[in-house]
Design a protein around this ligand. Structure first.
Ligand SMILES: Cc1cc2nc3c(=O)[nH]c(=O)nc-3n(C[C@H](O)[C@H](O)[C@H](O)COP(=O)(O)OP(=O)(O)OC[C@H]3O[C@@H](n4cnc5c(N)ncnc54)[C@H](O)[C@@H]3O)c2cc1C
Length: 332
């Protein structure tokens, strides 16, 4: 083994082969980034559970539909339900995304077919900045909503929910800030292969849309339509990133974090759309009815309220670069 001494007598050991250090470092970094993404999902779940508990107990205002003649627990109010559903859908979507990425990691290492291993590894590597970047940004949105559900009680320390919000904030910073994840997504994961991996994933999403359309129920068609619009928005951005990263780097990188948010949003929404299909099958067999019905409603909510963010992000990325960099440095 090679050894390098320095003037202070310290000894460095070469681990592996020379000039492959960055590659090895990324094996470790991918695992660390994936782990931080899962931390985001965990704290979001904790914040959701605490917010649900509070919303069932806190009594404030009569329901708008007059269903109770007196003040009701705040979980009766539609806006509180909207916040809880947003928290639930984001958390479940990101958890499903991380689980699918972890399965691809396993298949990427252990599948007997080399081509299947390669495809899974490419999929996993595309997903890592999304699991890290999107799930941790998501955890900030969810923990912020948890404070909001608690009202004034959320802002003071006794409930503990403000601590979740603060703890979530570090997750978008360490093991590479969200912008660093987005740089990875643009450079190594999209531009380098000309958008090939991204388009292969979009083709799988199209298959899920076809399955939903074949189901034909109003719910399935609604989820399929939102998924399609988000996928098409993603493909437009992938084409922009693949074509323009070298020619117009400032324009692409001005939209790098919005691209990460669009891609993460789509991947999580896609997994919930797949969950919709599985839940429908299980429901038909009479399996765990309450759980399956909740899955259907949560997937529909994600499609209606969260996948609908994707076309707006596309517009910001494709049309908005000039206003990001338009202000002269001395004018800030
Ligand atoms: C509590 C805590 C624990 C930590 N634990 C560890 C640890 O165990 N091991 C370890 O090695 N490190 C650790 N860190 C360090 C952490 O990984 C870094 O703080 C983090 O990666 C951000 O780097 P920075 O602080 O240098 O910020 P900077 O790189 O200075 O970033 C500042 C801002 O500029 C942006 N920015 C910087 N470069 C670019 C770019 N190229 N493109 C776009 N935007 C950019 C960033 O996104 C960010 O918004 C820890 C940090 C904290 C706060």
């Amino acid at each position: 083994m090679l050894q390098y001494g320095d003037h202070g007598g310290g000894v460095g050991y070469l681990v592996g082969q020379e000039n492959r250090g960055l590659e090895y470092m990324f094996i470790m970094m991918n695992a660390a980034r994936f782990g931080v993404g899962v931390q985001g999902i965990a704290i979001a779940e904790r914040a959701y559970q605490k917010a649900v508990g509070f919303a069932r107990e806190r009594v404030q205002s009569r329901p708008v539909d007059g269903s109770l003649p007196r003040a009701a627990p705040i979980i009766h109010h539609p806006d509180v339900r909207r916040m809880l559903m947003t928290m639930r859908a984001l958390t479940e979507g990101c958890r499903a995304m991380a689980t699918v990425a972890a399965a691809a990691f396993d298949a990427g290492h252990h599948h007997p077919d080399a081509e299947v291993r390669r495809q899974n590894q490419a999929f996993y590597e595309f997903m890592v900045p999304l699991v890290k970047g999107y799930s941790t940004e998501m955890s900030l949105e969810v923990t912020s909503a948890a404070v909001q559900v608690h009202g004034g009680m959320g802002f003071i320390e006794e409930t503990g929910v403000a601590q979740y919000y603060r703890d979530a904030k570090i997750l978008t910073i360490y093991e590479g800030t969200t912008a660093i994840q987005a740089n990875d997504l643009v450079g190594r994961k999209t531009s380098r292969d000309g958008g090939q991996t991204a388009r292969a994933i979009a083709a799988q999403i199209e298959d899920t849309e076809a399955d939903l359309n074949n189901n034909g129920s109003a719910d399935a068609l609604a989820v399929a339509r939102r998924l399609q619009l988000a996928r098409l928005a993603f493909l437009e951005v992938v084409a922009f990133v693949a074509d323009q990263t070298r020619a117009s780097p400032n324009a692409v990188f001005a939209g790098s974090v919005p691209y990460l948010m669009l891609a993460g949003n789509l991947m999580a929404g896609w997994q919930l759309a797949r969950a919709w299909l599985v839940a429908q099958e299980q429901l038909a067999k009479g399996v765990d009815e309450a759980f399956m019905r909740a899955k259907l409603v949560t997937a529909r909510f994600y499609a209606d309220h969260l996948l609908t963010r994707a076309p707006g992000l596309r517009d910001a990325i494709l049309d908005g670069a000039d206003s990001v960099t338009g202000l002269a440095l001395e004018s800030f």
